[in-house]
Design a protein around this ligand. Sequence first.
Ligand SMILES: NC(=O)c1ccc[n+]([C@@H]2O[C@H](COP(=O)([O-])OP(=O)(O)OC[C@H]3O[C@@H](n4cnc5c(N)ncnc54)[C@H](OP(=O)(O)O)[C@@H]3O)[C@@H](O)[C@H]2O)c1
Length: 207
Amino acid sequence: MLAKDGTAAKLDALLKELGPVARRGTFAEAAAFGEVVLFSVYWPRFEFMLDQVGAALDGKVVIDTMNPLKVNERFEHSHDTELMARSSTSEELQRRLPKARVVKAFSTLPSQVLDASQWSQNPVAPSIFVAGDEQPAKEIVFQLVRDAGFEHFDVGPLVGARSIEQLGVLLHLVGTHQFKGEYARLAPTFLLSVKAAEVLTKRPECL
Ligand SMILES: NC(=O)c1ccc[n+]([C@@H]2O[C@H](COP(=O)([O-])OP(=O)(O)OC[C@H]3O[C@@H](n4cnc5c(N)ncnc54)[C@H](OP(=O)(O)O)[C@@H]3O)[C@@H](O)[C@H]2O)c1
């Protein structure tokens, strides 16, 4: 079940592509549906969305994809470094939803490369970093990450979401300066560097 903030009609193409397995709902209906909820919310709309979903997320595995981006009156976005110095979007979500099972995932890759069909012929799957306090909830997310065609990297308890979000800042800076705003080019770079590090760790003779 899908629900969308802002222009709801932007979901039409996706619903058509998914066919009868998917349907549209209100925020409350989508939050109440199923065991796992992907909470992929524009950070300035966080409080609004919590008001909408309320206790419907109690007991659910809630996957937080958010980046702590604030917006100014000229609609320019920047990372909320004040928040990032003391917390993360995931910890804020867990604090506001103490009965939910919050797990951070899918927040570092640009949306263009979340389409796994782009990687199906690739011998190496893109990396998805996962943080969460509850191991069974993380195991469910690990499986979903694999089902979606990616490889999961466990970064430990939910406080690790801070590091994942910092990585988002680094990638954003590289995308802006190295790739002149072509953020889709981040994926191969990052994918290869993580994989290369793993290979070198297993085969230190290569160093
Ligand atoms: N996109 C990515 O590459 C990416 C990657 C990793 C993580 N994330 C994170 O995942 C979450 C969702 O990302 P996203 O790309 O789907 O959305 P987004 O661009 O971060 O957020 C904009 C969405 O919020 C809606 N919205 C509702 N009220 C709004 C308002 N007052 N001002 C502006 N937008 C408003 C917009 O609706 P309209 O459709 O009407 O514009 C649009 O759907 C975010 O926290 C983001 O940081 C995104």
